[in-house]
Design a protein around this ligand. Structure first.
Ligand SMILES: Nc1ncnc2c1ncn2[C@@H]1O[C@H](COP(=O)(O)OP(=O)(O)OP(=O)(O)O)[C@@H](O)[C@H]1O
Length: 339
């Protein structure tokens, strides 16, 4: 793999009446050609600014940003405009022309790029076939569902065969089922066309469903980055832990946790399960120390083709022995105390 987008200590500062705003603040990120890279953050974290830097809609204030071999800071406006054509983009609100048909929307970037009509028509048919909307070529956006509109958005973004596709909250306006359909299509764009995709989102479910790696943005800075599996199984930054807790429902909280505390003696801990965490070996050794355990809550599924989940245990026995067992668990996985 080779890098296709590289942020090297990139900052973007906006001047405002109340002083400078560091929307992007010293970001280092490398996105490899051919991967699906997620950027997640809460509102105001700097996600939109980050994508606008990639396609040159905003200029970097400092640092270096290399996109497909070009340092975008050194490009002229004209060069940037040409560069932008090599980068597709899809949006939360689809941004389709309501007065143009589906085919007309997809034709637009091809017209701008000066394609002759016959080539354009062939390309439009190919793209609509790819996104599964060949039979809707003459419909208008108003006649389509949200998911279909986003498919048109994807076809339009791919029209000029970009190497990079930026997806800015591209499923945020869609229901969960349609979201999954659109994410599957994006996966197909990645695997069949080899397009590098940068997915900007505030939903960890989106990252979980589609991304290979992810960066967590907070206050314009990268709080944490890694494979999706690592981020889920070992979230280090507080902001990442907050995101993970919104999608991982396999640990007891609130009333459930209170009930467990009242109905079980001993210490209640939650251990993360991932491939190779050897939890069973540790628990098998508990009895010899005079510690009994009960599994009181949990769930295990898969993430990026690996086991992932957690088990909550009530450990009972002499304090010191329980402490030893918890210590051994900590050696093999992440352990959270019930509190
Ligand atoms: N053109 C601008 N002028 C001044 N401040 C801006 C400008 N664009 C963004 N900002 C500020 O930069 C910060 C980051 O904004 P940005 O839109 O990149 O965040 P975001 O993570 O995309 O949030 P959201 O999901 O709400 O769009 C915010 O404080 C925002 O107010």
């Amino acid at each position: 793999m080779s890098p296709i987008i590289e942020f090297r200590d990139v900052s973007k500062v906006f001047e405002s009446p109340s002083g400078p705003i560091r929307a992007v603040d010293g970001v280092d990120l490398t996105i490899e050609a051919g991967e699906i890279f997620g950027v997640i953050g809460y509102s105001g974290a700097g996600k939109s600014t980050l994508v606008r830097l990639i396609n040159g809609l905003e200029r970097v204030t400092s640092g270096q940003l290399v996109v497909d071999g070009d340092d975008v800071a050194t490009l002229t406006e004209r060069q940037l405009e040409l560069k932008r054509r090599e980068i597709g983009m899809i949006f939360q609100q689809f941004n389709l022309f309501s007065s143009r048909t589906v085919a007309g929307n997809v034709a637009f970037p091809l017209k701008v790029a000066g394609w002759p009509k016959a080539d354009r028509d062939r390309r439009i048919a190919e793209l609509l076939d790819f996104v599964g909307l060949l039979d809707r070529a003459h419909s208008y956006p108003d006649q389509l569902s949200g998911g279909q509109k986003q498919r048109v958005g994807i076809a339009r973004a791919l029209a000029a065969s970009p190497k990079i596709l930026l997806a800015d909250e591209s499923t945020s306006a869609l229901d969960p089922q349609t979201t999954q359909d659109v994410l599957r299509l994006l996966r197909k764009v990645n695997t069949e066309l080899g397009v590098t995709i940068v997915v900007i989102t505030h939903e960890l479910e989106v990252v979980r469903a589609i991304a290979d790696r992810v960066a967590v943005l907070e206050g314009g800075r990268v709080a944490e980055q890694g494979t999706v599996f690592d981020i889920f199984t070992r979230p280090r930054a507080e902001v990442t832990q907050r995101f993970v807790s919104t999608v991982v429902h396999d640990r007891p909280r609130g009333a459930n946790l209170e009930r467990l505390k009242q109905t079980h003696d001993g210490r209640i801990v939650t251990a993360t399960i991932a491939d190779g965490s050897r939890l069973g070996t540790v628990l098998a050794s508990a009895g010899a120390l005079g510690v009994t355990f009960e599994i009181v809550y949990g769930g295990i599924g898969t993430l990026q083709d690996q086991s992932f989940g957690s088990l909550t245990l009530a450990l009972d026995g002499p304090d010191e022995a329980v402490e030893t067992v918890v210590g051994r668990l900590r050696e093999v996985t992440t352990v959270e105390e019930a509190s």
